[in-house]
Write a protein that binds this ligand. Structure first.
Ligand SMILES: Cc1cc2nc3c(=O)[nH]c(=O)nc-3n(C[C@H](O)[C@H](O)[C@H](O)COP(=O)(O)OP(=O)(O)OC[C@H]3O[C@@H](n4cnc5c(N)ncnc54)[C@H](O)[C@@H]3O)c2cc1C
Length: 203
Protein backbone atom coordinates (compact mmCIF):
# COMPACT_ATOMS: atom_id res chain seq x y z
CA UNK A 1 0.00 0.00 0.00
CA UNK A 2 1.42 3.41 -0.92
CA UNK A 3 2.02 5.70 2.04
CA UNK A 4 3.42 9.19 2.52
CA UNK A 5 5.07 10.37 5.73
CA UNK A 6 5.79 14.08 6.15
CA UNK A 7 8.60 15.42 8.32
CA UNK A 8 8.63 18.87 9.91
CA UNK A 9 11.60 19.80 7.70
CA UNK A 10 9.46 19.46 4.58
CA UNK A 11 10.83 16.05 3.60
CA UNK A 12 8.15 13.62 2.47
CA UNK A 13 8.97 9.94 2.70
CA UNK A 14 6.96 7.75 0.34
CA UNK A 15 6.74 3.98 0.58
CA UNK A 16 5.22 1.64 -2.00
CA UNK A 17 4.83 4.36 -4.60
CA UNK A 18 4.80 3.51 -8.26
CA UNK A 19 6.92 5.93 -10.25
CA UNK A 20 5.10 6.38 -13.54
CA UNK A 21 7.72 8.53 -15.18
CA UNK A 22 10.53 11.01 -14.76
CA UNK A 23 11.03 13.83 -17.23
CA UNK A 24 13.51 16.64 -17.70
CA UNK A 25 16.29 15.19 -15.52
CA UNK A 26 17.95 18.59 -15.15
CA UNK A 27 14.89 19.84 -13.33
CA UNK A 28 13.88 16.46 -11.86
CA UNK A 29 10.22 16.34 -12.61
CA UNK A 30 8.41 13.38 -11.11
CA UNK A 31 5.02 11.86 -11.69
CA UNK A 32 3.87 9.49 -9.02
CA UNK A 33 0.71 7.50 -8.56
CA UNK A 34 -0.55 9.71 -5.74
CA UNK A 35 -2.84 11.97 -7.72
CA UNK A 36 -1.65 15.54 -7.75
CA UNK A 37 0.38 15.05 -4.59
CA UNK A 38 3.71 16.03 -6.07
CA UNK A 39 5.19 19.44 -6.62
CA UNK A 40 7.43 19.24 -9.71
CA UNK A 41 9.91 21.70 -8.21
CA UNK A 42 10.80 19.23 -5.47
CA UNK A 43 14.02 17.27 -5.46
CA UNK A 44 13.24 13.56 -5.77
CA UNK A 45 15.46 10.82 -4.36
CA UNK A 46 14.37 7.41 -5.59
CA UNK A 47 15.40 4.16 -3.89
CA UNK A 48 14.41 1.25 -6.10
CA UNK A 49 14.09 -2.25 -4.70
CA UNK A 50 16.29 -5.09 -5.81
CA UNK A 51 15.92 -8.80 -6.43
CA UNK A 52 18.62 -11.42 -5.91
CA UNK A 53 20.15 -12.60 -9.18
CA UNK A 54 19.78 -16.34 -8.89
CA UNK A 55 19.74 -17.31 -12.56
CA UNK A 56 23.37 -18.49 -12.53
CA UNK A 57 22.73 -20.59 -9.39
CA UNK A 58 19.58 -22.05 -10.98
CA UNK A 59 21.51 -22.89 -14.15
CA UNK A 60 24.10 -24.64 -11.96
CA UNK A 61 21.33 -26.77 -10.48
CA UNK A 62 21.43 -25.28 -6.99
CA UNK A 63 18.30 -25.20 -4.86
CA UNK A 64 16.78 -21.74 -5.07
CA UNK A 65 13.77 -20.31 -3.31
CA UNK A 66 13.73 -16.51 -3.65
CA UNK A 67 17.47 -16.72 -2.94
CA UNK A 68 20.09 -19.47 -2.94
CA UNK A 69 19.23 -21.94 -0.17
CA UNK A 70 22.19 -22.54 2.14
CA UNK A 71 22.74 -24.36 5.42
CA UNK A 72 23.99 -22.84 8.69
CA UNK A 73 27.53 -22.87 7.27
CA UNK A 74 26.39 -21.13 4.09
CA UNK A 75 26.88 -24.21 1.92
CA UNK A 76 24.51 -24.37 -1.02
CA UNK A 77 22.81 -27.61 -2.07
CA UNK A 78 26.11 -28.51 -3.77
CA UNK A 79 28.39 -28.41 -0.72
CA UNK A 80 31.36 -27.18 -2.77
CA UNK A 81 29.48 -23.96 -3.40
CA UNK A 82 28.86 -21.29 -0.75
CA UNK A 83 26.54 -18.30 -0.90
CA UNK A 84 26.34 -15.34 1.49
CA UNK A 85 24.79 -11.92 1.65
CA UNK A 86 21.78 -10.62 -0.19
CA UNK A 87 21.58 -13.63 -2.49
CA UNK A 88 21.52 -16.29 0.26
CA UNK A 89 18.53 -17.67 2.16
CA UNK A 90 19.78 -19.21 5.39
CA UNK A 91 18.26 -20.95 8.43
CA UNK A 92 17.31 -18.64 11.28
CA UNK A 93 14.59 -18.95 13.92
CA UNK A 94 13.11 -22.11 12.46
CA UNK A 95 12.79 -20.84 8.89
CA UNK A 96 14.94 -19.79 5.96
CA UNK A 97 15.47 -16.05 5.73
CA UNK A 98 17.18 -13.67 3.36
CA UNK A 99 18.49 -10.39 4.78
CA UNK A 100 19.60 -7.34 2.84
CA UNK A 101 22.11 -5.68 5.15
CA UNK A 102 25.80 -5.02 4.56
CA UNK A 103 27.03 -6.12 7.99
CA UNK A 104 25.06 -9.39 7.71
CA UNK A 105 26.78 -10.02 4.35
CA UNK A 106 30.21 -9.32 5.88
CA UNK A 107 29.65 -11.61 8.87
CA UNK A 108 28.34 -14.40 6.66
CA UNK A 109 31.41 -14.06 4.44
CA UNK A 110 33.61 -14.68 7.50
CA UNK A 111 31.53 -17.69 8.52
CA UNK A 112 31.70 -19.16 5.00
CA UNK A 113 35.50 -18.71 4.95
CA UNK A 114 35.75 -20.57 8.29
CA UNK A 115 33.53 -23.34 6.93
CA UNK A 116 35.73 -23.69 3.82
CA UNK A 117 38.71 -24.14 6.16
CA UNK A 118 36.72 -26.82 8.04
CA UNK A 119 36.54 -24.60 11.12
CA UNK A 120 33.28 -23.73 12.78
CA UNK A 121 32.17 -20.16 13.35
CA UNK A 122 28.67 -20.21 14.69
CA UNK A 123 26.60 -17.25 13.59
CA UNK A 124 23.90 -16.49 16.15
CA UNK A 125 23.37 -12.93 15.02
CA UNK A 126 19.81 -11.78 15.03
CA UNK A 127 18.87 -10.14 11.73
CA UNK A 128 18.58 -6.38 12.11
CA UNK A 129 18.60 -3.15 10.21
CA UNK A 130 18.28 0.47 11.10
CA UNK A 131 17.53 3.60 9.22
CA UNK A 132 17.72 7.27 10.20
CA UNK A 133 15.66 9.99 8.60
CA UNK A 134 16.32 13.45 10.02
CA UNK A 135 15.47 13.15 13.70
CA UNK A 136 13.71 9.78 13.39
CA UNK A 137 15.66 6.58 13.96
CA UNK A 138 13.93 3.34 13.08
CA UNK A 139 15.47 0.06 14.23
CA UNK A 140 14.21 -3.39 13.39
CA UNK A 141 15.41 -6.61 14.95
CA UNK A 142 14.25 -10.16 14.30
CA UNK A 143 12.50 -11.26 11.16
CA UNK A 144 8.78 -11.34 10.50
CA UNK A 145 8.03 -12.18 6.90
CA UNK A 146 4.57 -13.14 8.18
CA UNK A 147 2.70 -11.90 11.25
CA UNK A 148 -0.90 -12.06 12.47
CA UNK A 149 -0.70 -9.45 15.23
CA UNK A 150 0.91 -6.05 15.57
CA UNK A 151 1.33 -4.52 19.02
CA UNK A 152 2.15 -0.82 19.30
CA UNK A 153 3.47 0.54 22.58
CA UNK A 154 4.08 4.27 22.76
CA UNK A 155 3.03 7.02 20.40
CA UNK A 156 3.64 6.70 16.65
CA UNK A 157 2.70 10.34 16.00
CA UNK A 158 5.21 11.48 18.60
CA UNK A 159 7.76 9.16 16.95
CA UNK A 160 8.43 7.37 20.21
CA UNK A 161 7.24 3.77 20.03
CA UNK A 162 7.95 0.05 20.11
CA UNK A 163 6.14 -2.13 17.59
CA UNK A 164 5.95 -5.89 17.93
CA UNK A 165 5.19 -8.27 15.05
CA UNK A 166 3.77 -11.56 16.34
CA UNK A 167 2.78 -14.82 14.74
CA UNK A 168 0.69 -17.28 16.76
CA UNK A 169 1.45 -15.27 19.92
CA UNK A 170 5.21 -15.50 19.32
CA UNK A 171 7.19 -12.28 18.91
CA UNK A 172 8.95 -12.57 15.55
CA UNK A 173 10.34 -9.02 15.22
CA UNK A 174 10.46 -5.73 17.06
CA UNK A 175 10.71 -2.30 15.47
CA UNK A 176 11.48 0.78 17.52
CA UNK A 177 11.18 4.44 16.71
CA UNK A 178 13.70 6.54 18.62
CA UNK A 179 14.10 3.82 21.27
CA UNK A 180 17.52 2.32 20.53
CA UNK A 181 18.05 0.89 24.05
CA UNK A 182 14.86 -1.15 23.70
CA UNK A 183 16.05 -2.43 20.34
CA UNK A 184 19.31 -3.64 21.91
CA UNK A 185 17.38 -5.37 24.71
CA UNK A 186 15.21 -7.04 22.08
CA UNK A 187 18.30 -8.21 20.19
CA UNK A 188 19.68 -9.90 23.33
CA UNK A 189 16.30 -11.46 24.04
CA UNK A 190 16.10 -12.86 20.49
CA UNK A 191 19.64 -14.26 20.89
CA UNK A 192 18.51 -16.02 24.08
CA UNK A 193 15.16 -17.00 22.48
CA UNK A 194 13.62 -15.28 25.50
CA UNK A 195 9.98 -14.66 24.55
CA UNK A 196 9.10 -13.51 28.09
CA UNK A 197 11.44 -10.53 27.84
CA UNK A 198 10.33 -9.81 24.29
CA UNK A 199 6.69 -9.70 25.37
CA UNK A 200 7.59 -7.52 28.37
CA UNK A 201 9.09 -4.94 26.00
CA UNK A 202 5.67 -4.63 24.39
CA UNK A 203 3.63 -4.57 27.62
C1 LIG B 1 19.47 1.51 -2.71
C2 LIG B 1 20.07 0.62 -1.64
C3 LIG B 1 20.36 1.16 -0.38
C4 LIG B 1 20.89 0.35 0.62
N1 LIG B 1 21.17 0.91 1.83
C5 LIG B 1 21.70 0.16 2.80
C6 LIG B 1 22.04 0.73 4.07
O1 LIG B 1 21.87 1.93 4.31
N2 LIG B 1 22.55 -0.10 5.01
C7 LIG B 1 22.76 -1.44 4.77
O2 LIG B 1 23.21 -2.15 5.65
N3 LIG B 1 22.47 -1.99 3.57
C8 LIG B 1 21.94 -1.23 2.60
N4 LIG B 1 21.63 -1.79 1.40
C9 LIG B 1 21.85 -3.24 1.25
C10 LIG B 1 23.34 -3.53 1.03
O3 LIG B 1 23.80 -2.76 -0.06
C11 LIG B 1 23.44 -5.03 0.73
O4 LIG B 1 22.89 -5.76 1.81
C12 LIG B 1 24.90 -5.46 0.56
O5 LIG B 1 25.52 -4.73 -0.46
C13 LIG B 1 24.92 -6.96 0.24
O6 LIG B 1 26.23 -7.35 -0.06
P1 LIG B 1 26.46 -8.58 -1.05
O7 LIG B 1 27.94 -8.75 -1.11
O8 LIG B 1 25.61 -9.71 -0.63
O9 LIG B 1 25.87 -8.13 -2.47
P2 LIG B 1 26.31 -6.94 -3.44
O10 LIG B 1 26.92 -5.80 -2.66
O11 LIG B 1 25.11 -6.67 -4.29
O12 LIG B 1 27.47 -7.57 -4.29
C14 LIG B 1 27.22 -8.59 -5.25
C15 LIG B 1 28.20 -8.38 -6.40
O13 LIG B 1 28.17 -9.52 -7.25
C16 LIG B 1 28.21 -9.09 -8.59
N5 LIG B 1 27.66 -10.13 -9.44
C17 LIG B 1 26.36 -10.49 -9.62
N6 LIG B 1 26.27 -11.52 -10.48
C18 LIG B 1 27.52 -11.82 -10.86
C19 LIG B 1 28.10 -12.77 -11.74
N7 LIG B 1 27.35 -13.65 -12.41
N8 LIG B 1 29.45 -12.78 -11.89
C20 LIG B 1 30.22 -11.92 -11.20
N9 LIG B 1 29.75 -10.99 -10.37
C21 LIG B 1 28.41 -10.94 -10.19
C22 LIG B 1 27.40 -7.80 -8.57
O14 LIG B 1 27.71 -6.99 -9.67
C23 LIG B 1 27.86 -7.17 -7.24
O15 LIG B 1 28.99 -6.38 -7.39
C24 LIG B 1 21.13 -1.02 0.38
C25 LIG B 1 20.84 -1.56 -0.88
C26 LIG B 1 20.31 -0.75 -1.87
C27 LIG B 1 20.02 -1.33 -3.24
Amino acid sequence: MPALFAFASGLVFGIGLLVCGLANPAKVLAFLDVAGAWDPSLLVVMGVGVRPRTDLAEAAGLKVDRGILVDERFRASNDRIYAVGDVARFPWGGENVRIEHFSVAERQGRAAAFAMLKRALEIRDVPFFWSAHHDVTISYVGHAERFDEVVVKGDLDARDAVIGYLEGGRVRAIATINRDATSLRAEHAFEDEDQTTLRSLLA
